[in-house]
Design a binder for this molecule. Structure first.
Ligand code: FPP
Length: 246
């Protein structure tokens, strides 16, 4: 069995944790039970990622489209999220984890937002690993919000349209300082991006884990990293070029 190369741990890992509902339905349990198990998997994966040396972990915890789920399910997810932010705050903080968030956060329930803001403030100076929760998030909306801001700056005369390039667009995303993910892991047997980090995933390696999110843990994360370490990231160049000038 191959071993993980500690020198080649992906620096930024993004995750689409899918399959909580199916995990519960397969066991004739209410979907909320699947989400509850999903939170436990989040906890385990945050711990494991930090132990393995990941510096940035971005989790798609609630999409903008998820607002259209049945009201009770949305309410249950918000309750779980609030409880997670409140109960796991000490452990995250003690482990040097900084908590951040992207998305239209103003749409979140006031209680969730309060817990989130409190935890973000409390963990701001931590530098072991940053966990970014994508909440009420849509990749297209993030780009729309960036375009709006850029247009405002052009209209007010602070930005020359000729100066708009990729760097400029990237600097108007929700967290401009967050580098693009090296690895995207998606669970739940679906093979799609689902409106996640559309701009940032341009050259990200994709890993589709054939497992439902509640069954994803440290071993599955290690498997994803092993697969990642076999990849050759060429960013559009040839293997020959990479050998000559890595
Ligand atoms: C996908 O399962 C999962 C979600 C919609 C939300 C993700 C939420 C968690 C992992 C738990 C809460 C998060 C945090 C940060 C504490 P699904 O319901 O789409 O599953 P299905 O595709 O089987 O229906």
């Amino acid at each position: 069995m191959s071993k993980l190369d500690p020198e080649k741990i992906p620096r930024h890992v993004a995750i689409i944790p899918d399959g909580n509902g199916r995990w519960a339905e397969l066991r004739n349990l209410p979907r909320d039970e699947g989400h509850l198990k999903g939170v436990q998997a989040v906890r385990e994966v945050v711990r494991a990622a930090s132990e393995l040396g990941v510096r940035l972990l971005t989790l798609y915890a609630f999409s903008q489209e998820n607002w259209d789920r049945p009201r009770d399910e949305v309410r249950a997810l918000m309750r779980l999220l609030k409880r997670y932010l409140r109960n796991d705050g000490d452990e995250l903080h003690e482990n040097g984890i900084r908590v951040a968030a992207i998305g239209r956060l103003e749409r979140l329930d006031a209680g969730v937002r309060r817990e989130l803001e409190r935890l973000m403030r409390r963990t701001e100076a931590n530098d072991q690993m940053q966990v970014t929760f994508a909440l009420s998030y849509s990749g297209r909306t993030e780009l729309v919000d960036a375009v709006r801001q850029i247009v405002r700056e052009v209209e007010s005369g602070c930005l020359d349209p000729e100066a708009i390039d990729e760097k400029c667009v990237a600097s108007h995303l929700y967290l401009p300082e967050l580098p693009d993910p090296d690895l995207l892991i998606r669970t739940g047997y679906e093979h799609r991006i689902s409106n996640f980090l559309l701009w940032q995933l341009a050259y990200t390696e994709l890993y589709l884990a054939d497992v439902l999110w509640p069954d994803f843990g440290k071993q599955q994360l290690v498997d994803a990293f092993l697969a990642y370490q076999q990849r050759e990231r060429r960013f559009g160049r040839t293997s020959e070029q990479l050998r000559r000038e890595p």
